[in-house]
Write a protein that binds this ligand. Sequence first.
Ligand code: CMP
Length: 140
Amino acid sequence: ALERTLSIIKPDAVAKNVIGEIYARFEKAGLKIVAAKMKHLSRKEAEGFYAVHKERPFFNALVEFMISGPVMIQALEGDNAILKHRDLMGATNPKDAAPGTIRADFADSIDANAVHGSDAAETAAVEIAYFFATTETFSR
Ligand code: CMP
């Protein structure tokens, strides 16, 4: 089915100057960028985005990392986009990420793991709406 998913290129990957390399992987896999913005998240924005994790032991480190520099945020659209994007990213912990995945190639640790992607259709809708107004997304 045609789906949309939210993708964030995290501060570590932005600092490594690999936004374009990661975008190329999305496009080669048939995912279209239908919205995009670079942003330096405030603490409140990062805490709100990751609110589902607020009781987890890694929450504070996660928020600190996500506000450590600008991120590149995009909505991706395509057939089976949510799973396709997760396959491109690889496992959350780069130590477990399959060769050739974004995290295997660009991530250094489970905290600095290069990218975020929505995990299901319901979260994708919430996460896209968190960063983009409908007038800022473009199907084509
Ligand atoms: P992300 O997909 O952005 O969602 C939550 C983030 O928390 C995750 O990627 C990791 O970068 C980070 N994180 C740190 N420790 C853990 C952990 N033990 N389990 C899951 N996520 C973790």
